[in-house]
Design a protein around this ligand. Structure first.
Ligand SMILES: [Zn+2]
Length: 382
């Protein structure tokens, strides 16, 4: 039997974190987690400060080591809401532990990873040859503008390590970009019994949705170094990772069934793999759409860290030693890593917890994955 005593310690710490229901936007509970972490650091003989770059957005920052090279550890304290309580087998905030892992909202995303980072940080504090900065942010699940964005302005470390759930197997080196738009149809009202006197905005939108959906067929020309990462992303997470995804999510329009509608708009979410820019995607969208106007609601560029950067290559090697199936990938969703990559700082996501369980009911993180992440972080920092 493998020794997982460190993982058991980490799981207990993660359980304490899960018991604080720090849903994004609940400033009181998020602040409680920040205080808990800062107190925990002090108990372990490490000083920590709580910085508010913006109001009601505490960021825990702590630093050890004196090396020339700097590694920044980053985790988020917030969790997504638990949703319908009846769908949970047990209280999502009980922090229930069993012999195999920890149950509850935030266990996988990412209090398991956060606790692992805290534990390693305290362990390596007086041993590492790096300067290591531990950071915990309050708002990753709602965009990271008040936390990680400011950290990326303030620090330019040699590597950022994010403890986001990846089964302790996927090494996240890049993320898809986001392009959310509205297709807006403007028509002319008429009585529905004489529709040819009007211009039906719903039908305009419907036809353009169909036309725009072809954007998923656009060939992506990713840089050579990025292609294997995209392939791995597709193999592990599905074919959507490799294409511009297209998903209409909201639709609004019309007054009554007996009135030809003069206005309709549909909200569409598209995710861009590395190899295409927002500018290019918007121009393709413009060329596909014939009857409606496009309004951009939200956009962020795809971002990648090169696997050949020295510290990144060493992280990949260390991960493979403890997790033989580990491989670098591009992932579908966005994390706080993007703020650092936009500044040219290498950022790697690796941590316990499976992607299928994050944000879902009966969220769970296994001792096994916390154990692997613990060993990878520790060996990398020593
Ligand atoms: Zn997360």
């Amino acid at each position: 039997m493998e020794d997982r005593s460190e993982a058991v310690e980490i799981a207990k710490l993660a359980s304490d974190l899960v018991r604080i229901p720090s849903v994004s936007g609940n400033t009181e509970k998020v602040a409680e987690v920040a205080d808990f972490i800062a107190e925990w650091m002090k108990k372990n003989g490490i000083s920590a400060e709580i910085v508010n770059f913006e109001k009601n957005a505490p960021v825990v920052i702590s630093q050890v080591g004196k090396g020339k090279k700097t590694i920044l550890l980053n985790g988020h304290m917030d969790v997504v809401p638990e949703g319908d309580r009846r769908m949970w087998r047990a209280d999502p905030y009980s922090g229930k532990l069993n012999g195999k892992g920890l149950y509850g909202r935030g266990s996988a995303d990412m209090k398991g990873g956060l606790a692992t980072m805290m534990h390693v940080f305290a362990e390596i504090a007086d041993k590492t040859d790096y300067k290591v900065i531990f950071t915990a942010v309050p708002d990753e699940e709602i965009g990271g503008e008040k936390g990680a964005r400011h950290l990326a302005d303030r620090y330019a470390p040699d590597l950022v390590l994010l403890g986001e759930p990846s089964k302790s197997e996927m090494i996240g080196l890049g993320e898809k970009g986001l392009l959310q738009i509205k297709l807006i149809g403007e028509g002319r009202t008429a009585h529905a019994s004489l529709p040819s006197l009007g211009k039906n905005a719903i039908m305009e939108v419907v036809r353009d949705i169909e036309r725009l959906s072809k954007i998923s067929n656009v060939r992506i020309n990713a840089p050579k170094e990025v292609r294997p990462l995209l392939h791995e992303g597709v193999r592990r997470l599905g074919k959507d990772v490799g294409v511009i995804t297209f998903s209409p999510g909201t639709i609004n329009g019309g007054l009554k069934p007996n009135v030809v509608p003069d206005h309709c708009e549909v909200g569409i979410d598209m995710r861009l793999p590395p190899g295409i820019t927002i500018e290019k995607a918007v121009s393709i969208a413009q060329s596909l759409v014939k009857e409606t106007k496009i309004r951009i609601d939200s956009a962020s560029e795809p971002n990648v860290t090169s696997p050949s950067v020295k510290e990144v290559a060493r992280f990949i090697k260390t991960a493979k030693e403890h997790s033989p199936n580990a491989s670098p990938v591009i992932k579908n969703g966005a994390t706080d890593g993007c703020y650092f990559r936009y500044k040219g700082v290498p950022a790697v996501g690796f941590g316990p917890g499976s992607n299928e369980l994050t944000h879902s009911y009966n969220e769970y993180v296994s001792l096994r994955e916390m154990d692997i992440a613990y060993k990878v972080y520790r060996d990398f920092l020593l």
